[in-house]
Structures are given as C-alpha cells and as structure tokens.
Design a protein around this ligand. Structure first.
Ligand code: BDR
Ligand code: CA
Length: 307
C-alpha cells in the first residue's frame, strides 16, 4: 500500500479522482489538502469535504492556498460550473481539519519514514511547493511526486498552457526541482481518456452506491470539450490516480521538462523534451499513452463498489 497525500481543487474530475483513490486498497490516503482552482477555495474546500463525506471517509481535509504564489487567482468555471461540481449537489461533508495545507503536509512528512509518501498533485502546485520550499529537507520523505499538469502540445487555459501549470508555474518549477521522481499526466494523456456518450451509457448500465451515482451525474453534467471537437470531455485527474493503481495500462518515457515562468504568452507552458534535443538530463517520467478501455473499466470496477 502506498501512503499518499492528495492536493486537489475539486473540481468535477478531482471528485472522480478522489473516489477512485478512496476505493483502491493499493492506496492509503493520509491527508487531503485543498487549493482554489476549479472554483474559489471556499467552494473547493466544501466540495472536498462533501466528496469524502459521501464516501464515509474521515481522512483529514485541510484548506490551503486561496491564490497562486504570484499573480491573480482565476477559477476554471467554464468546465466545472460556479459550484465546481457542474451543478450536482452533494450532501455537506464533515468539518475541515483546522490548519493550513502547507503546515499539514510538512507535519505528515515529518512523521513519515524516508521515501515513504507519494505526493499526488491534481491542482495548481502551490500547497505542495510551499510545504517543500519552507522545509526542503522533508523532500527525502517523499517517495515520488505524481502530477496532473502540463501539456506536450496545446494548452486548455491559454493556447500554450494547461490550467494547473498556468495557475502557478513558479510552484510547479519548485516541485520539479526537489530531486524526487516526478511523473506527469499531461493533457495529451488525458485527451485519451474521453468521457463520450457511449462510455456514459455503459456506465449507466452498471449499478452501484451513492458515490457511483454522483460520479455518473457529474460526468453527465460536464459539457463536451470544444478542444476535443465535442466528442466528449477528458477525465484529467483520475488518470494520475489510475497510474498509481494500474501502471500496466500506461506507456511512459523519461523526459526533460522545463516550466516557463516568464510573463509572456507562454507563461505556464511545460516544455517537454522527449527526444533529448535540449541535452538536459531527464527530470520526469511522462505518461504517454493510457488504455482508455482499461481505465474506464477500472473506474467502474472500483467506484461502483463504494458506499
Ligand atoms: C486540470 O485543471 C483542472 O481544471 C482539472 O481539475 C485538472 O486538474 C486540467 O487542466
Ligand atoms: Ca484538479
């Protein structure tokens, strides 16, 4: 079992990612930290509590960054709606644990043996970067860092940058520089995990508990992506979770990644060198392909069995 700290900004796909992680005995989530992102922090925090509450989980949920290290906060309301969950109401969850995300992450790492904790980042990297930048020696407690962020090609927030990377490029650059192994689920990977009408219909034929019902309602409510020519919408964050449970569904490649922190149009772009053009040593593992059928089967297999 891997011990995991999840940093999220729920978010429709964050909700599905959390349920998939909670439903998977391969992972032991020890802490959930929350940032503003898909909605403002008040909302993402309430959503995280509700998502965990629906799963009858009592894992501590701690609020973190309301905004990125630099620059202004902007919520991704077009995909996730103003409530962050595409208008699907969930019952209120248990109270948040008092404190600040970066402190809670540091406390959790301090209490852990060396190289024992996986950091799963499915939001802008602010909380994780603050934790590690303020106590860098705690990086040795980290087994690895798995992130949904970045893009090989076109972005989804600006033409050049993916949302999580664009929100806080400096934080992402800090995380990339800790020296611990980093794995990236980028937009080019998640575009292979499209929620299409056929897949939704297949999911509707499977009965499950209330988490599965909420998961299906949320996926029905997210509008199809213009970037995907309206064929469906990519299920970003759960891909990163699936990698931790079923690596056999993926192919990977070592890459050298540089995060663009300038203030021009390329801000937040992840320059991913797959072919050694830069001569820079590899500093990340890129998840290149995912078996979509295997991924959606895993989701159903796990989440349908939840409460
Ligand atoms: C990422 O941005 C957020 O809107 C999603 O939850 C995901 O983490 C995709 O670009
Ligand atoms: Ca997210």
């Amino acid at each position: 079992t891997r011990r995991v700290i999840v940093d999220c900004d729920p978010g429709t796909d964050d909700a599905v990612a959390l349920w998939l992680a909670l439903a998977s005995p391969e992972l032991e989530i020890v802490l959930v930290t929350v940032a503003g992102g898909n909605a403002g922090l008040d909302r993402t925090l309430a959503n995280a509590r509700a998502i965990l509450g629906l799963a009858q989980s009592d894992i501590p949920v701690v609020a973190g960054a309301e905004r990125p290290l630099l620059g202004a906060f902007q919520a991704e309301v077009k995909v996730h709606g103003s409530d962050g969950l595409a208008g699907v109401p969930l019952p209120q969850g248990p109270a948040a644990t008092p404190g600040i995300a970066a402190d809670a992450i540091r406390a959790s790492l301090r209490a852990a043996p060396p190289r024992s904790v996986t950091l799963l980042g499915i939001a802008a990297a602010t909380n994780l970067a603050l934790a590690l930048a303020t106590e860098p020696q705690l990086a040795d407690r980290v087994a690895e860092i798995v992130l949904m962020t970045g893009a090989l090609g076109e972005g989804n927030w600006t033409p050049g940058a993916e949302f999580n990377a664009a929100m806080d490029p400096e934080a992402l650059a800090i995380l990339m520089a800790t020296g611990r192994p980093v794995t990236l689920a980028t937009l080019d990977l998640t575009a292979q995990a499209l929620v299409t009408p056929d897949r939704l219909a297949a999911m509707d034929r499977i009965s499950g508990g209330r988490c599965w019902d909420a998961c299906r309602q949320i996926l029905h409510a997210v509008p199809p992506s213009r970037r995907m020519e309206h064929r469906g919408h990519p299920l970003h964050d759960p891909c990163a979770v699936a990698w931790m449970i079923r690596p056999d569904l993926f192919t990977t490649r070592p890459v050298a990644v540089q995060v663009e922190c300038g203030h021009g149009p390329g801000r937040g772009r992840t320059h991913i060198d797959r072919w050694g053009r830069s001569g820079a040593p590899a500093n990340a593992t890129l998840l290149e392909t995912i078996s979509a059928d295997g991924f959606f089967a895993l989701l159903a297999e796990r989440v349908a069995l939840m409460p």
